[in-house]
Design a protein around this ligand. Structure first.
Ligand code: PMP
Length: 408
C-alpha cells in the first residue's frame, strides 16, 4: 500500500520536497504530517477535495473538525466579499463584532460576555489567565490526553512544553483522582480546564458523571470550571454543555464560529469577564490586532445564521452517531481489528490488534492508505469529522469502500 501510494502521488512528493526547503517538515502544522508524505491538496468544493495529482477525495476529515461547512460556500463567500467591500482594518470596534458576540452569548448559558481571539489556543490561554487573575490562585488542572492548543502542550506524563503556569495533569474520566487533587490542594487551584470530549486525545467522550463531579468540586473549592468546547461546540446549539446540562464558569470556542477563518473566543459570567473592561481601573489586558477583524466576524455571523442552526447541528450529530454505530458494527461483525470512539460527527478509528503498538500502527496506516486509494480522506491518526455537505450517498460509498478495501 505504501509503495502504491508513493507511485500514485508524485505531485505531492514533489510538493513536499519543495516545501521542505523553506518549511521544516514541509508545512506549518505538526499534525498534518503523515508517513510517507501527506497529500498536497490544491482545492475543494462541497464535501470534495482535490490533490495536486488530480485525485478527488470525499473529505471526511473536515479540517480536523474546523471545516464544518465544507468548501467554497457561496453564502460565506458573499459575507466575506461584502465585509471586504466595506473596508477592513477599521482601527476601532465595529458593528460586526457585537453581532457575533450577541449570537455566541445567546447560544451558551455560561457566556454572559465574550472576547475574541485568533485561535482556540489563545482563547484557552486567556481563559486560564482570567481564572488565575480573578481567583488569585496559581494552579491549573488539566487532563492526560487533553489538547488545548499548539503552544500550551501539556505533555501527558512527560515534560511540559511552554506552559507558563503551575499545573496538574490528571487522568481523564477519573473522579477519584480529581477528588484527591482537590482534597490535597483545593485552595491553590484556580481552574479546571477540560474538554467535554477528548478531541486530539482520540475522541474519548467525557463521562457525564465525571464532568458533573468537576462542576461540584470546583464550586465547592472556589475554582473555575472551564469547558474547552473548541471541538464540541458543534454537538448542539448549546454545545456539549447544552447536551449535558452542565454550566461551566467559562467556555472557550474556536474553529467554525469564524465561518472558516482563523478564530477563537473565550467567555463566561459577567462577573468574571468584566475584569477585561478597559474602562475599569486595574482591568486585565487582552489585545490582539486581528481579534475583531471584520472578515472573521462577518463570516461568523453568516455561518451562524445560515448553517449553525439547532436543526442542522442536531442532524449532523445524528448522522455522525449513525455512521459510528455502523462502523462499530462492521468492525465487530467482521472481526476487524479496529474500534471506534467519538461523539456526534467527530470520531476516531483505533487499531485494536491486541498485538502491541507497532502492529496497531501498521494496521491503522494500512487502513488509512487503503481508504485514501479508494477516494476517502481522513487523518492518518484515524480522526474523522463530518461536515454539513457530507451526505448519505458519501457515507454509503464509504461503507462499501471499506468492505471492499478490507477484502470482505
Ligand atoms: N482546544 C481544542 C479542544 C482543540 O481541538 C484545538 C485545536 N485542535 C484547540 C483547542 C486549539 O485551537 P487552535 O488550533 O485554533 O489554536
Amino acid at each position: 500500500a505504501r509503495a502504491a501510494y508513493v507511485a500514485r502521488n508524485p505531485g505531492s512528493a514533489a510538493a513536499l520536497h519543495r516545501a521542505r526547503q523553506v518549511l521544516p517538515g514541509g508545512n506549518t502544522r505538526s499534525s498534518l504530517w503523515s508517513d510517507p508524505f501527506p497529500l498536497c491538496i490544491e482545492s475543494g468544493a462541497g464535501c470534495r477535495i482535490r490533490d495536486v495529482d488530480g485525485h478527488d477525495y470525499v473529505d471526511l476529515l473536515g479540517e480536523f473538525t474546523a471545516g464544518i461547512f465544507g468548501h467554497s460556500s457561496p453564502v460565506l463567500a458573499q459575507a466575506l466579499a461584502e465585509a471586504h467591500a466595506r473596508g477592513i482594518n477599521l482601527s476601532s470596534h465595529t458593528p460586526y463584532e457585537v453581532a457575533l458576540a450577541e449570537r455566541l452569548c445567546a447560544r451558551f448559558p455560561s457566556m454572559d460576555r465574550v472576547r475574541f481571539a485568533n485561535s482556540g489556543t489563545e482563547a484557552n490561554l486567556m481563559a486560564v489567565t482570567a481564572a488565575r487573575c480573578v481567583t488569585g490562585r496559581d494552579k491549573v488542572v488539566v487532563f492526560t490526553g487533553g489538547y488545548h492548543g499548539g503552544f500550551m502542550t501539556f505533555a501527558g506524563g512527560g515534560s511540559p512544553v511552554n506552559v507558563p503556569f503551575d499545573y496538574a495533569c490528571l487522568p481523564y474520566n477519573d473522579i477519584a483522582a480529581a477528588e484527591a487533587e482537590f482534597q490535597a490542594c483545593g485552595a491553590q487551584i484556580a481552574c479546571v480546564l477540560v474538554e467535554p470530549m477528548l478531541g486530539a486525545g482520540g475522541c474519548i467522550p467525557g463521562d457525564p458523571a465525571f464532568l458533573q463531579a468537576l462542576r461540584d468540586l470546583t464550586t465547592r473549592h472556589g475554582a473555575f470550571l472551564i469547558f474547552d468546547e473548541v471541538q464540541t461546540a458543534r454537538m448542539g446549539v448549546g454545545g456539549a454543555q447544552g447536551r449535558l446540562g452542565i454550566i461551566p464558569d467559562m467556555t472557550t470556542v474556536g474553529k467554525f464560529f469564524g465561518g472558516g477563518l482563523a478564530f477563537g473566543a473565550f467567555g463566561g459570567r459577567a462577573g468574571i469577564m468584566d475584569h477585561f473592561d478597559p474602562s475599569r481601573p486595574g482591568a486585565l489586558p487582552h489585545a490582539g490586532t486581528f481579534n475583531n477583524n471584520s472578515l472573521t466576524m462577518a463570516a461568523g455571523v453568516a455561518a451562524i445564521d445560515t448553517y449553525l442552526t439547532a436543526e442542522a447541528l442536531d442532524a449532523l450529530y445524528t448522522r455522525g452517531e449513525t455512521l459510528r454505530a455502523a462502523l462499530a458494527e462492521i468492525f465487530v461483525a467482521r472481526g476487524l481489528p479496529f474500534r471506534i470512539s467519538g461523539m456526534g460527527a467527530i470520531m476516531n478509528i483505533h487499531p485494536d490488534s491486541g498485538m502491541g503498538r507497532e502492529v496497531d500502527q501498521k494496521l491503522l496506516a494500512l487502513l488509512h492508505l487503503t481508504m485514501q486509494e479508494r477516494g476517502y480522506y481522513f487523518a492518518a491518526r484515524g480522526l474523522m469529522a463530518l461536515s454539513f455537505p457530507v451526505g448519505e450517498a458519501e457515507l454509503a460509498g464509504f461503507m462499501a469502500a471499506l468492505e471492499q478495501g478490507v477484502g470482505l
